[in-house]
Design a protein around this ligand. Structure first.
Ligand code: 6GU
Length: 224
């Protein structure tokens, strides 16, 4: 998979891809992530990429030309399965969307900023608009990092134990059951006996039951 991210703040995206699982996925060539600094596509001495909005009102808007130039250059190199715009008015990200995107070959993620991008970019190029929840961030970069993380960890070979993504919370519309590690007793609090029993079928049944209990308690909206 190849992910191209267009942003006015590439430095904000360097650390999420420079540590832990995402870093290893890139090193192992399971994914390519390319950051494109929108400012390099701006014109004039100031490499302008934003401007006041027509009709008045507070806040700057990302201009159509720099983004169009960047996307057009990328599209000339390869076909893209999705061109995603990160925006609080997009569809709320969920595990199903991450699963679907993890099957794509090439995607572009455009990070919004300020009051957003000129509508003509959305009309011309964007195939999906994604939000990460009902609150407003100062830019789309952190949201893009969230989306990329959710997708990249699903790619074959990224997680050490490939089955572990299958037991994630949300993969079956259930929250994950409680987990414990050593010591088996801490300050008088004991790990449930069943987990120490070595009886795998019984442990699986316990986990299923706890997952259902937890989902019913915390997220009854997921329970069907
Ligand atoms: Cl994708 N962008 C911004 N700026 N704020 C958000 C968001 C995205 N998703 C939730 N809030």
């Amino acid at each position: 998979m190849r992910i191209d991210i267009i942003t006015v703040l590439p430095e904000l995206l360097e650390s999420p891809f420079g540590a832990s699982i995402l870093k290893r996925a890139i090193e192992n060539k399971l994914v390519e992530v390319h950051l494109h600094n929108l400012r390099e596509y701006g014109k004039g001495n100031y490499r302008q990429v934003d401007d006041y909005q027509f009709g008045g009102g507070a806040g700057m808007v990302l201009m159509v030309e720099p983004i169009d130039t960047c996307i057009t250059e990328l599209k000339a190199e390869r076909e893209y399965d999705e061109i995603i715009y990160m925006t609080p008015d997009g569809t709320s990200l969920n595990q199903g969307m991450a699963n679907e995107l993890s099957l794509k070959q090439n995607i572009i993620i455009l990070c919004g900023h300020y009051k957003g991008v000129d509508q003509r970019i959305r009309d011309m190029h964007i195939t999906k608009e994604i939000s990460i929840g009902d609150y407003v961030l100062s830019g789309g970069e952190l949201a893009a990092a969230v989306l990329a993380d959710a997708v990249i960890r699903l790619l074959p070979g990224v997680l050490n134990d490939e089955t572990s993504a299958l037991t994630d919370t949300f993969q079956d519309n259930l929250l994950a059951p409680p987990v414990y590690t050593r010591p088996s007793e801490y300050k008088g609090m004991k790990v449930p006996e069943i987990l120490l029993s070595g009886n795998t079928p019984k442990i699986e049944a316990w986990r299923e039951q706890e997952a259902q209990k937890r989902t019913l308690e915390k997220r009854p909206d997921l329970f069907n």
